[in-house]
Write a protein of this length. Structure first.
Length: 261
């Protein structure tokens, strides 16, 4: 039987569930307990739906990462995890473990990069990988073996779906985000180009590198000129939005084999 790895972006799942439970439960301890139960039920549903041979939940470390070193204001102003929920995470991780699911947390890496590394390692072996998240940043990982599942919308996304939806190839996405920026992460991109401009430039020139190498001719394309004049911002943004796939994990795929308890 071919291996298939289910990777759960744990904080993406848990924080969304907690936001609902916090509104429905006046007492914090009830909201936390309900979040735990709902998250475990969600995992059970996903296990039944996807029938993976291997599973892992990846948690953020809540520490500053290499991206903060490149851009000190990275993710500045983003709503932090509620302290009560942060303190309760070990309880949720224990509940996952009782289900036979390991949790991965490191102090120095972002969950996004850990997930990207896991996906890369299994798809390099031509085995299937499903990433459970609502984060569009994972679109760059889509290929013949990797897909994304939005649990909250029951939506399964592959490379064909995303390319058709966005009008871009998967290998153009980091260039696109580098130009338009990611406002929620304080990644500014190139000002004055916008979504439509970035899409048009990529459809014409195919890549950011080609734009930067292209000589200006008459009539001057003002959007291209802005990208070329702000190439430092564009290249920094591309570095920030690109996920790392070569992090040293310290364990093997066999350690993640799912055995129902």
């Amino acid at each position: 039987m071919s291996a298939s790895l289910l990777i759960i972006d744990a904080m993406n799942l848990i924080r969304r569930i907690y936001a609902v439970q916090e509104k429905q439960n006046a007492k914090q301890e009830f909201a936390l307990s309900a979040t735990n139960n709902t998250a475990c039920n969600a995992l059970q549903k996903m296990l039944r739906a996807h029938q993976p041979t291997h599973v892992i939940c990846v948690f953020d470390s809540h520490q500053e990462s290499w991206r903060h070193q490149l851009l000190p204001e990275y993710k500045q102003g983003r709503k932090p995890i509620p302290p009560a929920l942060k303190a309760y995470l070990p309880t949720i991780q224990d509940a996952f473990y009782e289900m036979g699911i390991e949790s991965l947390v490191t102090e120095q890496d972002e969950a996004d990069d850990l997930i990207a590394t896991l996906a890369y390692k299994i798809t390099y072996r031509q085995q299937r990988c499903i990433i459970v998240s609502t984060d569009k940043g994972f679109y760059q990982l889509l290929n013949a073996y990797t897909s994304i599942y939005d649990y909250f919308q029951s939506l399964h996304m592959d490379s064909y779906y995303v390319e058709h939806k966005l009008g871009l190839k998967i290998n153009q996405l980091t260039d696109y985000w580098a130009i338009i920026g990611i406002s929620s992460s304080h990644i500014k991109g190139v000002e004055g180009v916008g979504n439509k401009g970035a899409l048009a430039l990529l459809q014409q020139y195919q890549s950011l590198d080609a734009m930067l190498a292209h000589p200006q001719t008459e009539p001057v394309d003002k959007r291209l000129l802005k990208v070329q004049e702000n190439y430092h911002d564009a290249l920094l943004s591309k570095q920030l939005v690109s996920l790392k796939t070569q992090i040293e994990l310290g364990f093997n795929l066999k350690d993640l084999r799912y055995q129902k308890k």
